[in-house]
Write a protein of this length. Structure first.
Length: 200
């Protein structure tokens, strides 16, 4: 697998830029759209925590374990969320997609599916990953449905696995997609994204 280096990925209506301090104000505004920090099953930064959120992501990038992106509206340049490659394991050509959230006003649109298409395309076709994984809270049913709609396979549940922001301990639902499964999933995603942008 190729090194996971900072890169900008674009497909309308989304632009993914490597997350840095310049995105702080936009990221805070996106999180405030729906007060997403109130959801106990997400990692959205609360007011006053955005700089620390970005600093943590940048430290993880230096360690080679995570590459965080700001999700922007490709037309306006407005920051509308964030997503990441993480748990990057070059030795087995595996990485995961996560830390994903989008402003409430942009949910149930083509934004999330397009961002995932960009990340999966880059992971499989440029980086040479053999497997892309996802993980989510056992009570985050919306996230589970979204991952399943992408075509990922549910691998199982790791019980008593990680702390939530409220201090409780979650079970983690694990999903994956292999390089061999990607062409069929890509074709299905292309079909969905084309329909989403077609005049009704």
């Amino acid at each position: 697998m190729q090194p996971v280096l900072p890169v900008t990925l674009v497909r309308a209506p989304v632009r993914l830029e490597p997350l840095d301090a310049a995105h702080e104000a936009g990221l805070a505004a996106a999180a405030a759209d729906g007060e997403l920090w109130n959801l106990r099953v997400t990692s959205v930064p609360a007011p006053g925590e955005t700089a620390a959120y970005i600093a943590t992501a940048l430290r993880m990038r230096e360690l080679g374990s995570r590459l965080a992106f700001a999700v922007l509206d490709s037309a306006s340049g407005q920051v509308i969320g964030s997503t990441s490659f993480h748990d990057i394991v070059p030795a087995v050509e595996r990485l995961e997609i996560g830390y994903t959230w989008v402003a409430a006003s942009r949910q149930r649109s083509a934004v999330n599916s397009t961002a995932k298409w960009l990340l999966m395309s880059h992971a499989f076709e440029t980086l040479g990953a053999r497997l892309v994984g996802w993980r989510t809270d056992n009570f985050n049913f919306a996230s589970q449905r979204a991952i399943e709609r992408l075509g990922a396979r549910r691998d199982g549940v790791i019980r008593h696995h990680a702390l939530r922001r409220d201090g409780t301990v979650r079970d983690t639902v694990m999903y994956s997609l292999t390089a061999g499964e990607w062409p069929e999933v890509k074709a299905q995603l292309e079909h969905q994204l084309t329909r989403a942008r077609s005049p009704r």
